[in-house]
Write a protein that binds this ligand. Structure first.
Ligand code: MOS
Length: 742
C-alpha cells in the first residue's frame, strides 16, 4: 500500500520560498523604468473638490505626474452588481475614482502622485492641496441606528426569520435574558498591505496583485479599462494574508492601472498601512439584541436576535450577523432580523466570518448569561437545546458533531475543575475565569476549473488559478492529487496564482479548498480511466483483464498485477495524459440552490477559554485556549490547525483590542496605524490547543469543509464569558478593555 497524504501534517510547498525571502509578492517585481505611486486622500467626509493645487507636488524632484479628476484618463464606471456578471461581484465602491469631483468619504483618494521613487511620491502626495465645498455628511452609526431599514435577504442569505411568536414566548418564559450588545468597526491588517504593480504594453495589461479573486479581478479590470479579458494577465502567486480584504477591487488597484496607462510606465502602488485603513473596507459595527426565554429546566422557548449594521452610501455588503442563530439552538419560537444604515463612510467588506464572528459574540454571550440566570452549567444548557434538525425549517444537517466537540473539549480543557461561582477561582492577584462558546460557520463551494497532467516521466502537474493567501491551498491540492493518482507527493507540482491557468474559485467563504478539490478529484478519476484505457489496448500490459485497479505506487494495480503510469504511457508512445474538470457559474448556482434545499452544511466547534483578570487594573490576559472543531475531513493536519489557530488569534484581537476609531465630527479614521489599532502580538497569545474531529461531511467534496473562518466564531463570547466568570461582570460592548471592568 502507498501511504496516503490526505490527513497528514505535510509542510507547505511554498514554505521554503517564503521563509527564505525568495517568494516575490506583488510589490516586489522589478521592472526597468518602474515608477511609484502614492495616494492623496480627501479630508472631508462629503463634498465637492472646488480646486486642487498640484504645483508644489509637481515641483518635487522625481515627480513624473500628478493625476486628479482634472487630468486623469477616464475609467468606465463600475456597473451595477449582478450575480451573473462576476466582474461586478468584486466592486469595492461605486465611486469612479478621478473621474468625478465628488467626495463620498473622508479618506477617498482624490489624486495619485507618480514619481521615480516611493519616497518622492509620498512626499509630493502630502503637498497636493485640494479645496472642498463641504456637504452635510452622516457618519455617526449610533445616532443613525433609529433610521435603520430592513436588510434585503436572498434564498442563499436570508435576512429575516420568523417561527412562532418569539416576543410572546419570551414574555411568558419562566427565565429570560434580554441583552443589547455593541461591536465596533474593524480595519483589515493583513501582514502584506495591498499592493499592485501594473504594466501596460499597448492595450495589453499585466497586473501583479495581492488578491483573493484573480478571475473576477481580471474581468473587472477588463470592464473598467475597456480591453478584452484575454489582454489582461493577473499574477498573484503569493498573498500575504487576505481575510476578505483582498476579495474586492479597491481604489489602489484601479489607480495603479490608471496611473500606468497615463504615464506609460510600469507603476507600483504599495499602500501604506494608513492607506489600507482609508481605502479598503473593513468590518461593520453592530448593535445587537439577543433575548432568550427558557423553562426552568433550560429548554428554550424563545430566541430573538436582531442586528443593526452599516454599509456605505457608495457600496458595502450586508453581513450575516444573525445567521448562526438560525442553526445553533432548538426553539419553538425564533425571531431574527437584520437591519442596515447607510453612512457617508468607506463601505464595509468581508472580514473573516463577516457577520458570524460578531453575531456569535452576542448570541453566545446571551446563552452564557441565561445559564447564569438558570444556575446551570453553560455546556449542559447548550446540550439540552442541541437540535436534531435545523431549527428554523427542519432541514437536515449534513453532519453535525457539536456535542462530540463539547465532550472532547471539556475533557482536554479540564472544564470539570471549574467552580461556577464568579470570582471564586484566583491565582495571586489574578482572578481566573473559564468560558465556553460555540463556533459555527456555513460551508460554501464555488465553481472551479482544474487540469491535471500526468507525464510519461511520472510527474503530475495540477493547474488552477486559485489564490495562495497563506493557507497552504496548493499543498492541500497536491496531497489530494497524490492520493487520487497514487503517486509520491514529490512528483506533484501545483501551479496557482495566474489568470492564464484554468479559472479557479475566489479564496472566500472558506470555500477555496473544497471547490478546487472537487475539480482535482474529478480530473484525477478521468486520468486513471484514460491510463487504464491505454493499458488495456496493449496485449503486453499486465493490466489486461483488470477492471477496477487501485492507484498506488505510481501506477495502477490490482493485487500483484499492474504497472506504472510511466510504463503505460511509454509503451503507448504518449508523452503525457491530461484531464480537465470544472463547472460554469450557471450549473454551479443551480447545484447550490438544489443542495441548499436539502442540507444545512456548516463547520462548528467548541471554544474553551481561560482568562486571568488583574483584580486592581482590570487587565485581561488569555491564559489558555482549547478549540475542538467539526470541519469534516482534515486534508492537512498542520495547515488546518494553523488556520483554526489564526482564527482564534484574530478573535482574541476582536475580543480584547481591535477597534477602528472614527471621529464623529469628520468621519475620519483616527487610528489608521498598527501603533494605535491593536492586533494581538505573540505575548498576548497562549498555547492554543486545536483538535479536529475529522469526520467526513458526506455532502462536500472529499468530505471537507472550509476552515478559514470557523476558528474566529465564538471566540469573542468565550472570552467575554470567561471574563464574566472571573469578575461577575458581563461586558456587552467589544472590545473588552480594562476601563469596562473597573
Ligand atoms: Mo473571506 S471573509 O470570505 O476572505
Amino acid at each position: 500500500m502507498s501511504e496516503k497524504y490526505v490527513g497528514r501534517p505535510v509542510d507547505r510547498l511554498d514554505g521554503l520560498a517564503k521563509t527564505t525571502g525568495q517568494a516575490r509578492f506583488a510589490a516586489e517585481h522589478p521592472y526597468p523604468d518602474l515608477a511609484h505611486a502614492a495616494l492623496v486622500h480627501a479630508t472631508v467626509p462629503r463634498g465637492r473638490i472646488t480646486a486642487i493645487d498640484t504645483e508644489a507636488a509637481r515641483a518635487v524632484k522625481g515627480v513624473i505626474d500628478v493625476l486628479t479628476h482634472e487630468n486623469a484618463p477616464a475609467m468606465k464606471p463600475p456597473p451595477s452588481q449582478s450575480l451573473l456578471n462576476p466582474s461586478t461581484l468584486v466592486i469595492g465602491t461605486s465611486v469612479n475614482y478621478l473621474a468625478t469631483d465628488e467626495v463620498h468619504w473622508n479618506g477617498q483618494p482624490v489624486a495619485v502622485v507618480v514619481a521615480e521613487s516611493p519616497e518622492a511620491a509620498r512626499h509630493a502626495a502630502g503637498l497636493v492641496r485640494p479645496t472642498y465645498e463641504e456637504l452635510p455628511a452622516v457618519v455617526d452609526f449610533a445616532a443613525e441606528e433609529p433610521n435603520a431599514t430592513p436588510q434585503k435577504g436572498s434564498a442563499i442569505m436570508p435576512a429575516a426569520t420568523n417561527k412562532g411568536n418569539a416576543e410572546a414566548a419570551l414574555d411568558a418564559a419562566a427565565v429570560s435574558v434580554d441583552l443589547r450588545f455593541t461591536t465596533p468597526p474593524h480595519s483589515h491588517n493583513a501582514i502584506e498591505p495591498h499592493a499592485t504593480t501594473a504594466v501596460w504594453d499597448g492595450d495589453r495589461l499585466t497586473v501583479h496583485e495581492s488578491t483573493q479573486s484573480i478571475a473576477w479581478l481580471r474581468s473587472h479590470l477588463a470592464q473598467r479599462f475597456g480591453v478584452p479579458q484575454r489582454n489582461i494577465r493577473v499574477l498573484s502567486p503569493y498573498v500575504g494574508g487576505g481575510f476578505g480584504g483582498k476579495g474586492s477591487v479597491w481604489a489602489g488597484t484601479l489607480l495603479a492601472v490608471l496611473a500606468a496607462r497615463a504615464t506609460k510606465r510600469p507603476v507600483r502602488l504599495a499602500l501604506t498601512r494608513a492607506a489600507v485603513h482609508h481605502t479598503v473596507g473593513g468590518r461593520t459595527p453592530t448593535t445587537q439584541r439577543v433575548a432568550l426565554g427558557a423553562e426552568s429546566d433550560g429548554r428554550l422557548l424563545a430566541l430573538i436576535h436582531t442586528s443593526v449594521a452599516r454599509t456605505g452610501r457608495v457600496g458595502g455588503m450586508p453581513e450575516q450577523v444573525t445567521s448562526a442563530s438560525r442553526h445553533l439552538y432548538d426553539s419553538p419560537n425564533i425571531r431574527l432580523r437584520q437591519s442596515l444604515v447607510r453612512l457617508d463612510l468607506l463601505p464595509n467588506t468581508s472580514m473573516r466570518a463577516p457577520g458570524e464572528s460578531i453575531g456569535t459574540f452576542a448570541l453566545e454571550s446571551a446563552v452564557d448569561e441565561l445559564a447564569c440566570e438558570l444556575g446551570m452549567d453553560p455546556i449542559e444548557l447548550r446540550m439540552r437545546n442541541e437540535p436534531a434538525r435545523n431549527p428554523v425549517d427542519g432541514k437536515r444537517f449534513a453532519n453535525r458533531m457539536l456535542r462530540e466537540a463539547y465532550e472532547l473539549g471539556a475533557e482536554r480543557f479540564g472544564w470539570r475543575e471549574r467552580d461556577p461561582r464568579p470570582g471564586s477561582m484566583t491565582d495571586g492577584r489574578w482572578l481566573v475565569g473559564m468560558g465556553v462558546a460555540s463556533a459555527y460557520h456555513p460551508s460554501f463551494q464555488l465553481p472551479a476549473n482544474v487540469t491535471v497532467r500526468l507525464g510519461a516521466d511520472g510527474g503530475v502537474v495540477v493547474r488552477c488559478a486559485l489564490q495562495e493567501i497563506g493557507v497552504g491551498a496548493a499543498t492541500a491540492q497536491a496531497q489530494i492529487a497524490a492520493d487520487e493518482l497514487g503517486v509520491p507527493l514529490e512528483s506533484v507540482r501545483v501551479e496557482v496564482g495566474d489568470s492564464e491557468l484554468p479559472e479557479g474559485p475566489m479564496a472566500g467563504g472558506s470555500g477555496q479548498t473544497a471547490s478546487a478539490a472537487a475539480g482535482v478529484v474529478e480530473a484525477c478519476r478521468k486520468l486513471r480511466r484514460s491510463a487504464l484505457g491505454l493499458a488495456l489496448k496493449s496485449p503486453d500490459s499486465p493490466l489486461r483483464g483488470v477492471t477496477s485497479p487501485e492507484a498506488r505506487d505510481g501506477g495502477l494495480y490490482q493485487g500483484s498485477r499492474g504497472e506504472t503510469y510511466a510504463a503505460i504511457l511509454t509503451r503507448a508512445g504518449r508523452d503525457h495524459l491530461e484531464a480537465a474538470a470544472g463547472m460554469g457559474m450557471l450549473r454551479f448556482l443551480a447545484k447550490t440552490v438544489r443542495d441548499q434545499r436539502r442540507w444545512v452544511k456548516a463547520a462548528c466547534g467548541a471554544q474553551f477559554c481561560e482568562v486571568r483578570v488583574d483584580r486592581d487594573t482590570g487587565e485581561v490576559r488569555v491564559s489558555r485556549w482549547v478549540g475542538v472543531f467539526d470541519v469534516g475531513r482534515v486534508i492537512n493536519a498542520k495547515t488546518v490547525a494553523s488556520q483554526l489557530r489564526g482564527g482564534i488569534v484574530m478573535g482574541i484581537g476582536m475580543a480584547l483590542s481591535e477597534e477602528t476609531l472614527i471621529d464623529q465630527r469628520t468621519g475620519r479614521v483616527v487610528n489608521a496605524s498598527l501603533a494605535e489599532y491593536h492586533v494581538p502580538v505573540h505575548a498576548d497569545i497562549p498555547r492554543i490547543d486545536v483538535h479536529c474531529l475529522d469526520e467526513p461531511d458526506p455532502t462536500m467534496p472529499l468530505g471537507l469543509r472550509g476552515v478559514g473562518e470557523v476558528g474566529i466564531t465564538g471566540v469573542g463570547a468565550a472570552v467575554a464569558n470567561a471574563v464574566r466568570h472571573a469578575t461577575g461582570k458581563r461586558v456587552r460592548d467589544l472590545p473588552i478593555t480594562l476601563d469596562k471592568l473597573l
